[in-house]
Design a binder for this molecule. Sequence first.
Ligand code: SN0
Length: 315
Amino acid sequence: MNFTSVHDVPDVATLINEAIELKKGPLAFSHLGLNKTLGLVFLNPSLRTRLSTQKAASNLGMNVMAVNADRDSWAIEFQDGAVMNGTTVEHIRDAAPVLGSYCDIIGVRCFPGLVSRDTDYSEHIMKQFLKWTGRPFVSLESATLHPLQSLADCITIAEHRPVHRPKVVLTWAPHVKPLPQAVANSFAEWMCRMDVEFVVTHPPGYELDPIYTGNATIEYNQEKALEGADFVYVKNWSSYSDYGRILSQDAAWMLTERHLAGTAGAKVMHCLPVRRNVEISDEIADSQRSLVQLQAENRVYAAQAVLKRILLENN
Ligand code: SN0
């Protein structure tokens, strides 16, 4: 089993329940990963993903090795047939099998370049790691998706689910930098597999690839979208159609208490890191509404549920 998207999980509800069970007894499988090694490769920065995945692996008794490949190791070439007389030092075809020989499971973080949509959405970098390490692979956020985050988000929603079928709203927020669509794409495709009413709201031009939003309602009027919401997921992303560009920095889209007046006492979610008072106001970030710390905590059990399945499958 690899874990690169929701499509690697035939039974989302079962996986969520497995994670919730692990949360009740994190050390119940502390021998499962004995003498197994998890290798984590970061081509981009990380706080939660790195630490929660390490914690998950150590709860399962695994060894963990992590490398900040953007800084600590040789610059990797991903282009087939490249004449390597420039800044890249070793080819992925040579580096990846080395990782595969040291590790039983490999996790990689590789953000999009946000220059070429075709390159980013082909998942060229992730696919090369997948192919050349020859080991079970876990995405730690790829160019287009962040499945461990989405699984943690699903666990958090399951834990706070009201008695009725919940309304979940993904609302775009302003930001100072062009960010990937990965968190939003991924959240959307996991929500499409949950028993929820799912609405996406953003300014025109920020439409996500419909392959991820599926049957979600797209509502350009944020106030209307938020009406009756039980969960509001705040996230910035750059344009998919006008690829990688910032089309709006309209501060009216920042989520404040005022925006939540028409909701059903909505809980507010964000994957972190969050730009306070740009994406979300302090009053919300510091309020009882905020589930962000629980989402971060659930990252451990999301990673642990996935690693546990992979270990069981490869025992
Ligand atoms: C990343 C993203 O995909 O949006 C990682 C989220 C888990 N976020 C950022 O890169 C934020 C950078 C910033 O300067 O705020």
